[in-house]
Design a protein around this ligand. Structure first.
Ligand SMILES: Cc1cc2nc3c(=O)[nH]c(=O)nc-3n(C[C@H](O)[C@H](O)[C@H](O)COP(=O)(O)O)c2cc1C
Length: 347
């Protein structure tokens, strides 16, 4: 059973926030057949009693520690952890005995473009957002937002606006990461002050970097739960149209999409070999001459890799073809003017 299947078995299916003391039964390691998780609504009090009854001191300790972690992230008391980030403490507690380390998850990454049907457990989204918000953010500006799309009709429209990839239509969840200076502009307006720096390229880049760091934290969190992810840069193909679809306010721009779902095991991708470290890692100063030497062996490995995928050629040819002209950018070559139209002039 994958981590996320365990969550599916053991977490409530209702979308209401998990009441304070509730914790997925994964912590109790309850087998599906013997101890199914109730899916009906409880009053908080009855749930609290049940949860306390069924929790060992170790489980209660884990949940308390997870609540303290969530509380620290949002700057509230532990009692408020479940209010500010519903279900996240339960997910963190449940995840604490997952067998994969962070490095294991990172090194095992592969993009997943085929998902099993069906919605994700309700705790997934708030958990991914908590992971995303735990990423560093330049000057604590937090210049990003995220739009979660699960509606099938909207997913289909987003697919049409972003290159037409089938996996967008099939995914249970699309997260559109958004560079966002609209929020600080609104705050400035309220205080009757100006934030001229939000019009400069530096601030736009800061917002894009912030959004990307947040997205990658969410991606690693999703993969740690056994979910699959793939990024989608097609969200920048037609940013004004996508902005209208998602009702993005002026001062925001889509940065990248992230599809999240349960990977279809029949179509599990392989780990794509990366460049040798000697190519990308420079010691003290950039060494151009040394950089290209180890490429030949990589090229052979990649030609083999692509052949196994039914594709011709090697890595170098693919990269050069992709970047030969602006055709492959599919509209993104006009990003500068699109950003200006979205209220990010990026002077
Ligand atoms: C910013 C970004 C945008 C991407 N956009 C797409 C996309 O639109 N469609 C897609 O199928 N994969 C997309 N990918 C996935 C890459 O193709 C993939 O990461 C790369 O081929 C390496 O494979 P791996 O992720 O399995 O290691 C994107 C990845 C990144 C980082």
């Amino acid at each position: 059973m994958t981590a996320i299947d365990a969550f599916l078995v053991t977490t409530p299916t209702e979308t209401a926030p998990v009441p304070p003391a509730r914790v997925p039964a994964r912590i109790t390691r309850a087998p599906r057949a013997h101890q199914p998780e109730p899916t009906h609504h409880h009053t908080p009090e009855s749930v609290r009693d049940e949860a306390h009854d069924s929790m060992s001191p170790e489980q209660a300790g884990r949940l308390a520690a997870a609540r303290a972690q969530v509380a620290a992230r949002y700057g509230v008391t532990a009692r408020r952890a479940d209010t500010v980030a519903p279900q996240v403490a339960a997910a963190v507690a449940a995840a604490s005995d997952l067998p994969r380390s962070v490095l294991d998850v990172q090194l095992g990454h592969r993009s997943v473009r085929r998902f099993l049907p069906g919605p994700l457990p309700p705790l997934v989204l708030p958990t991914l957002v908590a992971a995303a918000q735990s990423a560093p953010t330049a000057s604590d500006l937090q210049l990003w937002s995220v739009v979660a799309v699960t509606d099938q009709a909207r997913l289909a429209r987003v697919a049409d606006l972003s290159g037409g990839q089938e996996c967008v239509r099939d995914a249970p969840l699309l997260l559109v990461w958004v560079a966002d200076v609209a929020r600080v502009r609104a705050l400035a307006e309220r205080r009757d002050t100006a934030v001229h720096a939000t019009g400069y390229l530096e601030t736009t880049v800061t917002a894009f970097v912030d959004a990307a760091l947040a997205a990658q934290n969410a991606a690693v969190a999703a993969e740690s739960l056994g979910l699959g992810t793939v990024y989608l840069d097609g969200v920048r193909d037609r940013p004004e149209a996508l902005g209208a679809e998602l009702r993005l306010p002026r001062g925001t721009a889509p940065v990248v999409g992230l599809l999240v779902g349960r990977p279809d095991p029949a179509r599990a991708g392989r780990v794509t070999p990366r460049l040798p470290q000697a190519v990308v890692l420079h010691h003290e100063t950039y060494d151009t001459a040394r950089q290209l030497r180890p490429l030949a062996a990589y090229e052979r490995r990649m030609a083999e890799f692509y052949r196994a995928e039914g594709l011709d050629g090697g890595w170098v040819g693919r990269v050069l073809t992709r970047l030969r002209g602006h055709g492959s950018l599919r509209g993104r070559e006009r990003l500068r003017s699109a950003l200006a139209a979205l209220g990010l002039p990026s002077w």
